[in-house]
Structures are given as C-alpha cells and as structure tokens.
Design a protein. Structure first.
Length: 505
C-alpha cells in the first residue's frame, strides 16, 4: 500500500462495560466500524492512541457515570493533542443521560443510544464534517441488531440474540427503561443465523435475551422457547447450546423437558434468585417466591441429575431484615448452587428501589455479604469435589487460564460450563478442539485434570480458530471510505452471569 493509503487507515477501540448484551453489542459496533473501513487497534496500544475510542456503557451500577466521566477526563488532553481523534459514547448510560454527557465532557464527538447502534459510523462522519458533537438517541428499536455487521470475538463460540428489551418491572433494575419492551426475533431468522455461524466453524452458541425464556410473548406462543431449544438440536455440527438469563416466572416444564431431551443443550442453568425472602421478592416485584424457585431447581435436577446451576443474589435490598437475609442463606443451602454472582445492593438512579425507605447501612450490607460469600464458597467447593474421578469432554478455550503458561496447562469448559485446567497434551490442541480428561482435583471455582489427556478431538471449530489466527497475522490495511450500513454480518463467549447488567436480572 502507498504511503498515502497508509495515512488514510484509521484505528478504533471499543471499551465495554456491563452485561453480555453489551458485550454482543460491542461485537456489532466493531463490525460496523470495520465495515466502514476502520481497523481494530492493537491490544497493546496506549490509552488515547486509537483514532476512534468508543465507550459502550452500562447504567445499572450506582457509580457508572463516575467511571465514564473519569475515563473521558483522562482522554481529554490526549484528544486535544491529536487532531482528528474522535470519542463516542453509547449504551445504557448514553440512553439515560443524553445531552448531559456532552455538557459534562464537551470533547465527546458522538452520543448514541441502545436502539440505534447502527448509526455510529454515520454519526462519526457527521461529527467530523460539522466539527460539532452529534447526539442521536432513538426512543425505539430502529432495526433488530442482529442484522448489523458483527466482528465476533470468538471463532468457536458465539452469542445469538433471540430478543431485546424486557417486560418486567423489577424495582432495582433500570434496564427495561433503557432497552425498551421485549421484542422477539422470528425463529427462522434465529436458526438461519445459527446455521450460518456453524457453517463458519462455530460449535457453541449462547442464546441471549434480557429475559431469555420469556421468548415467544411477543409472538403469541408460550412454548416458543422450548421449541427453539429443540430446533437447535437438529442443527448438524452445533455441539453446545446454552442460554442466559431465564426468569423463574417463565421457567416452565416444557423448557425443562427440552433441556433434558435435546442432546446438544448443555446441563447448565443460570437462574437468578436475587433474594430468598418472600417479603423482599415482593418488594423487588419478582413474581415468584422461595417455594416456587426451589421447586424449579428440584425439577431440573430430577430431569438432569448432573446439571450445574448458578444464580444471582442481591444483599441489602431496602427493608431487608436479618430474618429476610437468613431466608436467602436457607435458599442457598437448599439449592446448592455451583456458583453465585453476589452483589451488595446499590442505588440505581431512576429505579423505584432507590427511593424506598429502609436503605440498609453499608456496614450491615458488607457483613451480610461476607457471610453469604463464605457459605457459597463452601458449597461451591463441596459441589466441585463431586466431579473428582469423572471423565469429561472439555472444549478448549482461549484466554480462560491466566496461569496456563506457567503451569504448562490448557483450559476449557466442561459441558456444564465448569472451568477445567488440564495438562497440556503432546498432540497439538487449539481453542475449539475437544479433549477428554479425568478430573483429579477440585477447587471452589475450577477443576483440575492433572493426568494425561485421554483423547484429543480436532474440530471444525479449531480449524476456524486456526484460520482466523492466520488471517490476523497478515498485514492489515484498509482505505477509510464512506460508511456503509445494513450490510450482511460477516459470519465469522460462553454464558455466565446475566443479560440484565452485571448479572443482576
């Protein structure tokens, strides 16, 4: 490429905060920018060195705005020193704060919301030409995000959105106000996307929605979600299907049957509890009670004995008494979760709970939180110890084992999504490949397979990862042109937590 062409290449960086929905939206933002001619900045690039920096924000935590404005403040002098650099802010906080962002950080070029992420390249171009900030917040979804170009972060595992928005009115959550009412994709569109992903080498998909098992309420079919799970079972080459996050209210017997009877639906369930107290659940506007929740867990374990069940729990919700908290501990003991995402309640501006009486002192919340964590750690370890001696098929993952280089191990996920570290075999193993190992040791948050690998199965997913690595090793250079929108997604991470934001659905 000529020097003139190289000068026209512009780099981008997307910084993501919050839930899996935001992570998947960031894949789309990356796809849109690359479709418009930008090149992803290297991982080791310094702060403020990319030509375009995009913040995909979350609004569910109390200090979300402080974190954003702190980051924007650090970039201000760097932007002033680099003419042409642009900063964009999108996501839930942008949907909520709108012009406030530009008034507090006038060096921001673009502010866009959760409903119009497809406009980002055009807004950047407008801001460049007009030399003034472009603020565009749509009040409703302009196009289902899955129609947008997408840069998938993984070659072997992919998120697939089946719905956007949420019809619930939980008093601690602001997401419905920012993401809107639930809108479901047509089943045929979802399955077509999955089939295309599998054709490119993806072997694991995670169905994604703010309230994933309410799927069908917009279509008038109460069994649409279980039918979708069963349909996934007919797709050749799709080895693993997961979903997150369901709501206990909508978790029906047909879904349990579909999970148990569809071989590629994994024996894993993330079921947000939030509280074990009926009083607090009512105050949260959660439409189930402790007995109903534990009844679902019992049915799942009866149908899928080896299912790993995880949850979300909020400690210190307004009005929570010691007796209420003890009910949460009781539920945790009864449910025996594999792991739990535990949170100290913090006010979400704009939610009913933020204005409730009975806000709990910080020191009380902290003390209860530590007791809950200690109990769950004990249960997690006991449940993981039951895996010792089992032989498991582990899908090799990329970046899951931070100490793999030091320990000469590789890491991956068991069918039930437990993290497994295993001895590196002599045969070449790539992310997306599958190994068979025997578990020899259990810790609260991972399993070890210290013996030799029984089997290494090379997969099309591993081939896809290898192909991507080869492509990324080639020199990149793309002329920056006029943004194009609505192009088909370039067809080329596993579930955990919740789609409601920081695992708090």
């Amino acid at each position: 490429m000529s020097a003139e062409g190289e000068a026209a290449v512009k780099t981008y960086q997307v910084r993501t905060y919050g839930c899996q929905m935001n992570v998947h939206d960031s894949e789309r933002l990356s796809g849109l920018l690359e479709d418009a001619g930008y090149v992803r900045a290297p991982e080791d690039i310094g702060e403020g060195e990319a030509d375009v920096v995009v913040f995909n924000t979350c609004a569910v935590r109390e200090n979300a705005d402080n974190k954003l404005y702190g980051n924007l403040g650090r970039l201000a002098p760097m932007k002033a020193a680099r003419p042409g650099m642009q900063i964009a802010v999108g996501g839930c906080l942008a949907q909520k704060d709108r012009e406030t962002i530009v008034s507090k950080a006038p060096w921001v070029d673009v502010v866009f919301g959760t409903h119009n992420i497809g406009k980002l390249p055009v807004l950047l171009e407008r801001a460049r030409i007009a030399e003034e900030a472009q603020v565009e917040i749509a009040e409703s979804l302009e196009a289902f995000p899955s129609t947008l170009p997408t840069r998938r972060e993984s070659a072997y595992a992919a998120w697939v959105s089946i719905s956007v928005g949420c019809n619930n009115t939980c008093t601690f959550c602001i997401v419905p106000a920012l993401r809107g009412k639930e809108e479901d994709r047509r089943p045929g569109d979802i399955l077509a996307e999955i089939e295309a992903l599998v054709a490119e080498g993806v072997s694991e998909i995670t169905l994604l929605g703010q309230n994933v098992n309410a799927y069908g309420s917009d279509l008038g079919d109460r069994e649409a979600f279980s039918k979708l799970l069963r349909a996934c079972g007919t797709i050749e080459g799709l080895e693993r299907v997961r979903f997150t996050s369901p709501h206990p209210r909508d978790f029906t017997d047909d879904v349990i049957a579909a999970m148990a009877e569809t071989p590629n639906v994994m024996p894993q369930l993330h079921m947000p509890l939030q509280s074990g107290s009926d009083t607090i659940l009512k105050a949260m506007r959660r439409s189930y009670r402790q007995e109903r929740f534990l009844g679902i867990i019992e049915k799942v374990r009866a149908a899928i004995p080896h299912a790993a069940i995880s949850t979300d729990i909020i400690v210190g919700f307004p009005g929570e008494t010691e007796e209420d908290f003890e009910q949460t501990l009781h539920t945790v003991r009864e449910a025996r979760f594999t792991n739990a995402f535990t949170f100290q309640y913090s006010k979400r501006p704009g939610t009913p709970a933020a204005e409730m009486d009975g806000q709990i002192p910080k020191e009380v919340v902290q003390e209860r939180y530590m007791r809950l964590v200690a109990l769950q750690e004990e249960i997690s370890w006991e449940e993981n110890k039951k895996q010792v001696g089992r032989t498991l098929e582990v899908m090799v993952a990329e970046g899951e084992g931070r100490k793999d280089g030091e320990t000469h191990r590789l890491s991956g996920r068991a069918p039930d999504n437990r993290l497994v570290h295993f001895t590196k075999p002599e045969a070449e193993v790539r992310p997306g490949d599958v190994v068979t190992v025997e578990i020899t040791y259990a810790a609260p948050h991972h399993l070890l397979a210290e013996g030799p690998t029984t089997e290494v199965r090379r997969t099309r997913a591993g081939d896809a990862w290898e192909k991507r690595q080869a492509a990324q090793a080639k020199p990149q250079g793309v002329m920056l042109g006029i943004p194009t929108l609505g192009a088909p997604a370039p067809l080329p991470v596993a579930a955990g937590g919740s789609a409601c934001g920081s695992s708090t659905c």
